[in-house]
Ligand binder design. Structure first.
Ligand code: APR
Length: 395
């Protein structure tokens, strides 16, 4: 067996999803040396379609770090959220209610492609196809990442800090002794059937509430849409052919004229939440999905990952440039405070929009409560304002 190539860096980043790539770009901008190791190929990560909404807070972050020109580009903005209640449209002017702040439509694959390009244009070190990635001595002063490259050659990177940005199924969180972590896991008992289709986008992002069950319609490009339909957890994908998908959407949205289109992708997502506390162990810092999973309701998964990345980038910059390690010691608490606030928002919205559907599912009492909660967004500027601030990521 050949001897491992030994290198050193300031931050070794494991994973090139939204979290790892954002962190890499911010560190590079801050003049901090880093290396990114990613298990998959570049083509794979660039094509993965998942999240699609960048909150106002995240857009401002890219502006402040001087990356907006290369990252935000043509991202569409929308200051209005539609709630289609029993087929009747209600429009909430969320940008006005949030004092001019608004989210942007930026499909994850575009964000990832742009972050890869920006990092590489600036001379960043990003390695795809890294196999058997392991974290050695993450609790020590000199942790090491090892992997095999595509030709099977072993490598080891000794770093001052490790950033575990390798998602929920990655190796980073599992490298921390179980006794050092408290896990909070919650199953919401709801499934979402998600569909990507060649259907013109809606005028505004839309949540539809009716006795037929929850549905949502979001733009994903000039000619494509992402739909969500409430379903049983673990629902059988084969039970949904294209005809059933569009029949159900027309019923739930209350629009018999909704055009059908080619279904490009479908999947069932079980709504669940997960948080690990603390988000650090020694010199290892967990970022994004490696530390927490949130339901897709409210579009916060990718945004939380980006927020963690910025907290860590600033903390490492303080430690390296100013010799101040306090922000690194505070990293976990800073990120967990936001994580729990977003978990609460996502859960609150999930209850409001599912319980106000079929009273036979939620029970008549919860159904009435959920309808009152939804109504209040339109009747109370304070309630509408808080909702809009939370959507913008600034509450
Ligand atoms: N070694 C190296 N890389 C790994 C390993 C490993 N052992 N395991 C996983 N990875 C890579 C994955 O291939 C992926 O590219 O880590 C990356 C993790 O990316 P994500 O799962 O997208 O997680 P994150 O960057 O935290 O983004 C989280 O973005 O997709 C949205 O809403 C979604 O909440 C999610 C958010």
């Amino acid at each position: 067996m050949s001897e491992a190539a030994h290198e050193t860096t300031t931050v070794a980043i494991i994973g090139a999803g939204p979290a790892g790539l954002t962190l890499a770009n911010l560190l590079r901008t801050a003049g901090v040396d880093c290396v990114v190791v990613e298990r998959q190929s570049r083509a794979y990560v660039e094509q993965r379609q998942r999240a699609g909404v960048l909150e106002h807070r995240a857009a401002r972050m890219f502006e402040e770090w001087g990356l907006a020109d290369r990252v935000l580009q043509d991202s569409r903005t929308d200051g209005v959220q539609e709630f289609r209640v029993d087929g009747r449209p209600r429009f909430l002017p969320i940008a006005d209610l949030a004092g001019g702040k608004f989210g942007r439509i930026l499909p994850q694959q575009f964000l990832v492609q742009r972050l890869i390009t920006a990092f590489q244009e600036d001379g960043g070190d990003l390695r795809f196809g890294c196999q058997d990635v392991t974290l050695e001595r993450p609790g020590s002063e000199r942790p090491v990442v090892t992997y095999r490259d595509e030709d099977g050659r072993p490598h080891e990177i000794e770093a001052d800090y490790l950033a575990g940005c390798d998602g929920f199924h990655g190796v980073s969180r599992r490298s921390v002794p179980e006794a050092e972590q408290t896990i909070y896991a919650y199953d919401h008992g709801i499934g979402w059937f998600t569909v990507l289709a060649d259907v013109p986008p809606p005028r505004h992002p839309m949540f539809a509430v009716s006795a037929h069950g929850f549905a949502a319609h979001f733009p994903r490009g000039p000619r494509s849409s992402r739909f969500y339909l409430q379903c049983a957890p673990g629902e059988d994908l084969d039970a949904w052919d294209d005809r059933r998908i569009f029949d159900q959407l027309r019923l739930r949205i209350g629009d018999p004229d909704l055009p059908a289109g080619a279904v490009l992708e479908k999947a069932v997502v079980d709504m669940r939440s997960f948080v690990v506390d603390p988000m650090s162990y020694g010199r290892l810092f967990l970022v994004g999905d490696a530390a927490h999973i949130i339901t897709p309701m409210g579009g916060k998964g990718m945004n939380l990952a980006l927020a963690d990345a910025e907290v860590l980038a600033k903390a490492v910059r303080s430690a390296v440039r100013d010799g101040d390690a306090q922000p690194l010691r505070d990293y976990s608490k800073t990120c967990l405070d936001r994580t729990w606030s977003y978990q609460e928002f996502s859960r609150w919205m999930t209850e409001m929009l599912h319980d106000s559907g079929d009273p036979a599912t939620s029970g008549p009492f919860r159904h009435k409560i959920a309808r009152a909660r939804l109504d209040r967004l339109f009747t109370s500027p304070n309630a509408g304002g808080l909702f809009s601030d939370l959507m913008a990521g600034e509450a």
